[in-house]
Design a protein around this ligand. Structure first.
Ligand code: PHB
Length: 398
């Protein structure tokens, strides 16, 4: 540690340069508000971290209308529907026909790349690869972030508002005293085994499949790279699975009389993703505001994580613009309650869709048949399907 800490003032200090932190910094920059973002990882590591790939229309609009980049429109793929597959049959949910919305398949790591490039283009201050990050004086009007930068120099950012965008394992949420927050938490007895494979697409839209062997999701990254998942034990060891075994497992979960065959190819990435649902209430402590995974986590089934993070930013950014523009703090005062309304709707959908599509370990025939009954009720009724379509594509702005 060097002898002196360099103190840097700014208006908004942001911990975490994932999509939520960078999007907030971008919107603030456009409104003439200064921010500094600190991030413990380097850009390449974040870019190589695979996350879900579905963007709601409102998320796409945020990227395009705020001038981040148009790549999502040229390289992403619009999906006007998705497939729920059970008992070996595919049932298409027609998003456009039911609710007039689409989603876009565009991986989260590409969203990150676009946002990081936009910050660089616009001269945004982002400190990558910092360590020993600490947030201090959260309830004062001059909260701070202390860290050591990539060259070993010690810094202290002093700001008026501090934003925790540092994910579920970050320091910000943990800095809120336990008696000042409630942690709502659910764990699931299963996980996803995720793969990336060099192969052509197996289906034009995503396929969410449930079978007596468990859940599988057939997604895509490009014409030559596919993303697929199958339900597994949370303690599954990826080294126990060679390509042949993985393809056999995925195939048997989508098998059916229509003869759907997965296009196979070399698998070059395999990871086990554990499932959790989590909400921190409130999303504010003094002058610290939590956004995205720092404040809430959803299981990946509903593809809500990034979209929900952007919803938080859509509430917080205008509140900060009001605060710095006119001194009006009412938006900041309402941030937590407003953001949490949406968060709990998405928590419900993610939890519901997860339990609808996954077999509980040792599930008895009654529970399995009940789930199939519910899937049939959704897929054979325009109203049932519209509930799924509206939740999946994103609720209208309220
Ligand atoms: C993905 O493509 O990685 C993906 C898509 C939809 C989900 C989850 C993950 O619900």
């Amino acid at each position: 540690m060097s002898a002196e800490r360099t103190v840097v003032p700014t208006q908004v200090g942001i911990v975490g340069a994932g999509p939520a932190g960078l999007m907030l910094a971008h919107l603030l920059g456009r409104a003439g508000i200064d921010s500094i973002v600190v991030e413990k990882r380097d850009r390449d590591t974040i870019h190589a971290t695979h996350r879900a790939g579905i963007l709601e229309a409102a998320t796409v609009r945020m990227l395009t209308e705020s001038g981040v980049d148009g790549r999502v429109l040229t390289e992403g793929h619009e999906h006007e529907g998705t497939v729920l597959r059970f008992q070996g049959e595919s049932h298409r949910i027609d998003f456009q026909g039911l609710v007039g919305h689409s989603v876009w398949l565009y991986p989260q790591n590409e969203v990150f790349r676009d946002l990081a490039a936009a910050r660089e283009r616009d001269g945004g201050d982002v400190r990558w690869s910092v360590r020993d990050t600490e947030v201090v004086d959260l309830t004062s009007d001059r909260p701070g972030i202390r860290f050591t930068d990539a060259d070993g120099e010690d810094f202290e950012i002093r700001c008026e508002v501090l934003v925790g965008a540092d994910g579920s394992q970050g320091v910000c949420r943990r800095s809120i005293p336990e008696h000042e927050r409630t942690d709502h938490f659910v764990e699931y007895p299963f996980a996803w085994f995720g793969i990336l494979a060099e192969a052509p697409p197996s289906a034009p839209e995503l396929v969410y499949a449930t079978s007596e062997h468990g859940f599988a999701l057939i997604s895509s990254r490009s014409e030559s790279v596919q993303r697929m998942y199958f339900q597994c034990d949370p303690d599954e060891d990826v080294d126990d699975w060679d390509d042949e075994r993985i393809w056999a497992e995925l195939q048997r979960r989508v098998d059916g009389p229509d003869g759907l065959r997965l296009e196979q190819g070399p698998i070059f990435d395999r990871t086990v993703l554990r499932f959790r649902s989590y909400v921190c209430e409130p999303l504010r402590h003094g002058n610290l505001f939590l956004v995205g995974d720092a404040g809430h986590t959803v299981p990946p089934t509903g593809a809500k994580g990034l979209n929900l993070a952007f919803c938080d930013v859509r509430v917080l950014a205008p509140a900060l613009v009001d605060f710095f523009g006119t001194g009006d703090a009412s938006g900041l005062a309402g941030y937590s309650a407003t953001a949490l309304e949406r968060v709990w709707k998405a928590q419900n959908f993610s939890y519901w869709a997860t339990n609808l599509l996954h077999a509980q370990p040792g599930e008895n025939p009654f529970h399995r048949k009940r789930r199939l009954g519910e899937l049939r009720a959704i897929t054979t009724s325009a109203r049932g399907a519209a509930y799924f379509a509206e939740s999946y594509t994103g609720w209208p702005e309220d």
